[in-house]
Design a binder for this molecule. Structure first.
Ligand SMILES: [Fe+2]
Length: 287
């Protein structure tokens, strides 16, 4: 696999070579302070698959205490604007991606990405004022959800090479991005960054894709707080969630925590938020 082969694959081979229309509309709605829940309902009405998923979500035990919800309008009212937008963004993306059979546990991948997306917002709430003034909170969910998308793209396009890399990373207990760099000269961070750029996502998000395994490598002061928050959210997700191979666990980078003025010893205080984020991820995955 060469970088050029990956770039070519991202141009038209990857199922998310172009973002779904609903994703683009919803991002626009989320960024527009004048938008309201009716705008979201209008997007869902044009996308039957999304509408059906939102109905299932509104009827799931995480969001519903027993009253049956039958229309997309009722579902939107029950879930609220923020949840509808975020879940719709996630559903629009994760329904589109497939990987070759047996090559990768896609459910676990999305469970983690969805959990990190919600946790990133919780970490932001605990962040000091200075960090909050720099980070655009509207980017947090997308940043957490898609930070590892480069990994999926590489698995979809270059299955055999990636299966070998994953096996080697797991057996040697080496972080996957390091094994990728050794094998190909680049990692899924570069792939994600290229993809985010192609999608015209903001530069802060491109930095999240490109630096989430080594946030200290990013020196742009305006952009590293978002990268740090996603890194911290990913760390909390892996530290408090089910045991996973060392190859997929973020390294403990105390300098990143310190730079964000967050205390690594406070991981335990996020346990409630982690449980909520996991429940929400499960609800979305079951839609
Ligand atoms: Fe990663």
């Amino acid at each position: 696999m060469t970088k050029q082969e990956v770039v070519d694959f991202l141009s038209d081979g990857f199922t998310l070579a172009n973002l779904p229309d609903s994703f683009i509309h919803l991002r626009r709605i989320a960024n527009d302070p004048h938008s309201d829940i009716e705008d979201v309902v209008a997007v869902a009405r044009k996308d039957p698959e999304l509408a059906a998923s939102l109905l299932r979500l509104a009827n799931s035990s995480v969001y519903n205490n027993g009253e049956s919800v039958g229309s997309i309008e009722e579902a939107a009212q029950l879930l609220g604007m923020r949840t509808v937008v975020q879940c719709s963004l996630a559903l629009g993306i994760l329904k589109k991606v497939t990987v070759p059979d047996g090559s990768f546990d896609l459910q676990s991948f999305w469970r983690r990405s969805l959990t990190v997306a919600t946790l990133a917002e919780a970490v932001y709430e605990h962040a000091p004022k200075l960090i909050k003034t720099i980070v655009d909170p509207k980017l947090l969910y997308t940043a957490g959800l898609l930070h590892d998308i480069g990994l999926l793209a590489m698995i979809q396009g270059f299955r055999d090479e990636m299966v070998r890399v994953i096996d080697r990373a797991i057996s040697s207990e080496t972080p996957i991005h390091l094994v990728e760099e050794e094998a190909f000269g680049f990692s899924h961070q570069d792939t994600g960054r290229i993809l985010f750029k192609k999608w015209n996502l903001p530069e802060e998000l491109q930095c999240v894709a490109g630096y989430h395994h080594h946030p200290l490598g990013l020196k742009r002061r305006l952009y590293y707080p978002l990268v740090d928050i996603v890194y911290v959210a990913d760390y909390i997700c892996c530290a408090g969630g089910p045991e996973m191979p060392a190859a997929f666990r973020p390294a403990l980078l105390e300098d990143v925590w310190n730079r964000s003025r967050l205390d690594v010893n406070l991981i335990g205080t996020f346990s409630g938020e982690l449980d909520q984020a996991s429940d929400s991820a499960e609800a979305i995955l079951s839609c």
